[in-house]
Design a protein around this ligand. Structure first.
Ligand code: PLP
Length: 385
């Protein structure tokens, strides 16, 4: 089986980092000063001094961990405080913490939906949503990626069920495209459905005050349930959550299996996320800085002749088409000190191979310019330009 994976060219190897996460890395056994363009560290908070200090303080005061699930002996004041802060950040009634957003997605559908209900899911939703839906007994409908006609057709078909839930990523991580939430919410209203969004690639930086896709598209009061991660823009340590109406959160605390049967978030992790949210609620300067750098990268790359998928999102997929080209170009970029990753089938559709660049608020303008220059050189060398 392992040989088959290698033979298929889908073997995933891991590069070992010998420094903190940040815009500049040292790779184990390699040189320092690698510019990193492939973390989800959108706001650069993973190594922010105040975030690290908050983690150390939480560790000192509350210990290494709880050795317990939440409902037995694992709820500390910091867990309740963080849940309250998350709900306030998203302007929702309540929130519940999980060890990861993968767990939040694994736990929600089964707890909420019965065989009498229906879930309608975008075909390109994240693997954790797909797995969460697999675990539930509701009737399953998969609509074409961001295709509102198809969603409407499926909603019509699903009228026979007790309850309908439309599930979509807010921002899709492979393409950097943003779900048409306004239209989704209109259809949901028309066909009496609830809307669920996964905001892992939106929380903290999309929308005027970084609340996410629902704020960006003006539908904060129309989206019922948000799942998101603490492991990307919000400090990058780990953890996930669901936020929404209080009765729903109450139900998850009673029924959601990854919550009931897995250890509480460690205090240091809670400390990181809590400080990250404080920083974002004080000012949106960090998010604005990231948006400006994203704009700089996207416009310079387009001027150089590259096609960048998506719009205004810090996920900037440089579309190349050919899988081998994406892989050799990414390797050559690393030789020039720029760390980027090529993605090809089966992670993305055949013929749509790309190098995904992710911009962070802590990249300097010079970092961005060096990345564009390296792409231009490598692109010319391999005939991509
Ligand atoms: N949902 C989306 C859209 C993601 O990109 C990810 C992470 O890759 C997850 C969920 C899972 O998040 P976590 O790392 O907190 O488990």
């Amino acid at each position: 089986e392992l040989e088959d994976i290698r033979g298929a060219g889908t073997w995933k190897s891991e590069r070992v980092i010998a420094s903190r996460q940040g815009p500049h890395l040292r790779l184990a056994g390699g040189g320092a000063g690698i510019i990193n363009f492939c973390a989800n560290n959108y706001l650069g908070l993973s190594s922010h001094p105040e975030v690290i200090r908050a983690a150390v303080e939480a560790l000192e005061k509350f210990g290494a961990g709880l050795s317990s699930v939440r409902f037995i002996c694992g709820t500390q004041s910091i867990h309740k405080d963080l849940e309250e802060k998350i709900a306030r950040f998203h302007q929702r009634e309540d929130a519940i913490l999980y060890a990861s957003c993968f767990d939040a997605n694994a736990g929600i559908f089964e707890a909420l939906l019965t065989p009498e209900d229906a879930v309608l899911s975008d075909e390109l939703n994240h693997a954790s949503i797909i797995d969460g839906i697999r675990l539930c007994k509701a009737n399953k409908y998969r609509y074409k990626h961001m295709d509102m006609q198809d969603l409407e057709a499926k909603l019509k078909e699903a009228q026979k069920h007790r309850l309908r839930l439309v599930a979509t990523d807010g921002a899709f991580s492979m393409d950097g495209d943003i779900a048409p939430l306004r239209e989704i919410c209109q259809l949901a209203q028309k066909y009496d459905a609830l809307v669920f969004i996964d905001e892992c690639h939106a929380t903290g930086f999309l929308g005027p005050s970084g609340r996410g896709t629902d704020e960006l598209l003006g539908v904060m009061d129309k989206v019922t349930i948000i799942n998101s991660t603490l492991g990307k823009a919000l400090g990058g340590a780990a953890g996930g959550y669901t936020t929404g109406p209080k009765p729903l959160i109450d139900l998850l605390r009673q029924r959601s299996r990854p919550y009931l049967f897995s250890n509480s978030l460690p205090p240091a992790v809670v400390g990181c996320a809590s400080k990250a949210l404080d920083l974002l609620m004080e000012s949106n300067a960090i998010a604005q800085s990231m948006a400006a750098k994203t704009q700089r990268f996207r416009s310079k790359m387009a001027a150089a002749g590259f096609t960048i998928s998506g719009k205004d999102h810090p996920i900037c997929p440089v579309m190349l088409g050919d899988a081998r080209l994406a892989s050799v170009m990414a390797e050559d970029m690393l030789n020039r000190g720029i760390y980027v990753i090529g993605f090809s089938y089966p992670v993305v559709p055949k013929g749509k191979a790309r190098i995904r660049v992710q911009i962070s608020a802590v990249h300097s303008d010079e970092d961005i310019d060096r990345c564009v220059e390296a792409f231009t050189e490598v692109g010319r060398k391999h005939g991509a330009l």
